[in-house]
Design a protein around this ligand. Structure first.
Ligand code: TMP
Length: 233
C-alpha cells in the first residue's frame, strides 16, 4: 500500500485494486491555508465517521460519490478519481469570506443558493475564479462546469433538508469533484464540519471549524455533538 498523497487532513494510499484508494483521516487541523495548525486527537475519527455517514445518506437520496465504505474508525475506501482542482462552495447564508469580499452582513439569507468556484492552488491562496477562468485554465469545459453547479445544488438541497431535520441551518459548504478513468465526474473528498458551516437554529452555537478558526472552544466536543445529532435523527 503506497502513500500516494498527503494533504492537510488526509492521507491517500493505493490498494490492491487499481480503481480503489484508501483514505486515512488525520488528527491534524489547519486554518487559513495552514497559518494556524494543531494536532487534535480524535479529529480524524470524527471526520471519517461524519463524512462516511453523509456520503451514505447522499447515496440513499440518489447522489453518488467516490465513497465505497468505511473500513475503520479513521479509514474509508473510495473509488479512484483525479481531483479537479476546484473548491465548489455553495452558500445559503452569508458568512466567512463573502462577508469580507462583498460586504454582506453575517447571517444574511440569500434569495437563492449561490455557487462559487475557488481555484485549489496553495501558492495562489485558493483564489475565487470565474467560469471563464476555469475554461482558460483548462480545468473543466462548459458542460462539466454546468454539471458541477447542478451537482452542487443537488447536494445542497439534500443537506439543507438533513440539517433542517436536525434543527440546524446549513450556512455554506465546500465540495470537490474528481474524474474517474472513464471521464465520469464524481463527488469526492469529504463533507464534514471542517468543510461546512452549520448553525443551530435557536442559539448562536455552531457545529463547524469556525470554533477552531476563532478559538471558541473544543472542536472535538463540537464535532462529537454534531455526530451524535446525525446518528440520532
Ligand atoms: P469561506 O467563507 O472561507 O470562503 O468558506 C466557505 C465554505 O467553504 C466554509 O464552509 C468553509 C469551506 N472551506 C473549506 O472547506 N476549505 C477551504 O479551503 C475554504 C477556504 C473554505
Amino acid at each position: 500500500m503506497t502513500l500516494l498523497y498527503e494533504g492537510k487532513a488526509k492521507r491517500i494510499f493505493s490498494t490492491g485494486a487499481s480503481d480503489v484508494l484508501r483514505v486515512e483521516y488525520k488528527d491534524e487541523v489547519t486554518a487559513g491555508n495552514g497559518a494556524k495548525k494543531d494536532f487534535i486527537e480524535g479529529k480524524g475519527r470524527l471526520n471519517n465517521q461524519i463524512t462516511s455517514h453523509i456520503f451514505n445518506f447522499l447515496k440513499t437520496e440518489g447522489l453518488n460519490s467516490h465513497f465505497i465504505e468505511q473500513i475503520s474508525e479513521t479509514e474509508q475506501l473510495v473509488k479512484s478519481v483525479e481531483i479537479i482542482p476546484l473548491e465548489v462552495v455553495v452558500r445559503n447564508i452569508a458568512a466567512g469570506s463573502i462577508t469580507k469580499r462583498l460586504g454582506f452582513e453575517k447571517g444574511y439569507q440569500f434569495e437563492e443558493p449561490l455557487v462559487e468556484f475557488f481555484y485549489k492552488n496553495d501558492d495562489l491562496n485558493d483564489p475565487l475564479i470565474t467560469e471563464n477562468h476555469i475554461k482558460l485554465l483548462h480545468l473543466a469545459d462548459d458542460n462539466e462546469i454546468n454539471a458541477l453547479k447542478e451537482a452542487a445544488m443537488e447536494v445542497n438541497a439534500v443537506l439543507v433538508e438533513l440539517m433542517n431535520e436536525m434543527n440546524l441551518r446549513l450556512v455554506d459548504f465546500k465540495i470537490e469533484f474528481g474524474r474517474t478513468s472513464d471521464g465520469q465526474i464524481l463527488l469526492a473528498d469529504e463533507i464534514s464540519p471542517d468543510t461546512c458551516r452549520i448553525w443551530d437554529k435557536q442559539s448562536d452555537i455552531n457545529f463547524d471549524k469556525d470554533v477552531y478558526r476563532e478559538d471558541r472552544g473544543s472542536i472535538i466536543e463540537t464535532y462529537q455533538t454534531f455526530l451524535n445529532k446525525l446518528e440520532a435523527r
